[in-house]
Design a protein around this ligand. Structure first.
Ligand SMILES: Nc1ncnc2c1ncn2[C@@H]1O[C@H](COP(=O)(O)OP(=O)(O)OP(=O)(O)O)[C@@H](O)[C@H]1O
Ligand SMILES: [Mg+2]
Length: 235
């Protein structure tokens, strides 16, 4: 994408963002609350119209929205929406049906995010972390080539976080492109091939975590963030 801009009223949420993610890459966008990460993802996904600039997905413009692309991408939204009053199994079966995916595959997905035991529980009765895992399973059920995850591990316990890391690594090692946003610098450091540090609607720096760390002569990605923005990462 090139030169993406988006303004909400007086707030310049995204202020000229340009980057490219090669196929098969694990790419992360890091930034504090309000940096413009979600807005950027939504424009790339074709869910929000940019004021300026263009984004392309798998070689096709993402706006106007392209239905043909929907089968090929998986999107986990930060505020995820489920169908009302369904059990976890019914939720993922509904997503599977939308994409013409077998129920066996859907059940396997539920299992791989550790929710097999909760299959009969209504989504409103799942814990926050369990609902999060369900939304990720739903985003992956149709085996997309390109996966977008907006803060997928926020609210997960340490074990669930590790399990999700394994799942994302596996998906990526099978050749799928993964784009995620995160607040966790350790997570970005272990998972991502490249990261962009974003603040106030702009990308400050992009590169492999180890390269950014050595370029700036610091020890951790946390230090990189501190140097680039002049403040602590955690709000
Ligand atoms: N629908 C909206 N209407 C008005 N302003 C918005 C809207 N969505 C986001 N904003 C503003 O745009 C800016 C960027 O928001 P965005 O949600 O993209 O940030 P973010 O990096 O995803 O933050 P977080 O880490 O909290 O998820 C913020 O200042 C926010 O207040
Ligand atoms: Mg966000």
């Amino acid at each position: 994408m090139a030169g993406l801009r988006k303004k909400y009223g007086d707030t310049q949420a995204v202020d000229g963002v340009t980057f490219e993610v090669p196929r098969g890459e694990f790419y992360g966008i890091l930034g504090p609350n309000g940096a413009g990460k979600t807005t950027t993802l939504e424009m790339i996904e074709g869910l929000r119209r940019p004021d300026e600039g263009t984004a392309e997905l798998l070689g096709t413009p993402s706006w106007p929205r392209n239905r043909g692309l929907l089968r090929r991408i998986g999107v986990q939204l930060q505020a995820s929406a489920f169908f009302e009053k369904l059990s976890a199994r019914e939720q993922i079966h509904s997503f599977a049906a939308l994409y013409g995916v077998s129920t066996d595959r859907a059940d396997a997905m539920l299992e791989s995010v550790g929710l097999a035991e909760k299959a009969d529980v209504r989504d409103s009765e799942l814990s926050g972390g369990q609902a999060q895992r369900l939304s990720i399973a739903c985003a992956l059920v149709h085996d997309p080539e390109l996966v977008f995850l907006d803060e997928p591990t926020t609210g997960l316990d340490p074990q669930a976080r590790r399990n999700l890391w394994d799942l994302l690594r596996q998906i990526n090692s099978e050749g799928r492109t993964v784009v995620l946003t995160t607040h966790y610098l350790d997570e970005a450091e272990v998972l991502c091939d490249r990261v962009s540090i974003m603040d106030a609607g702009r990308i400050l720096r992009t590169g492999p975590p180890a390269e950014l760390i050595s370029e700036l002569g610091v020890d951790t990605l946390e230090d990189v963030f501190l140097q680039l923005t002049g403040r602590e990462f955690r709000e």
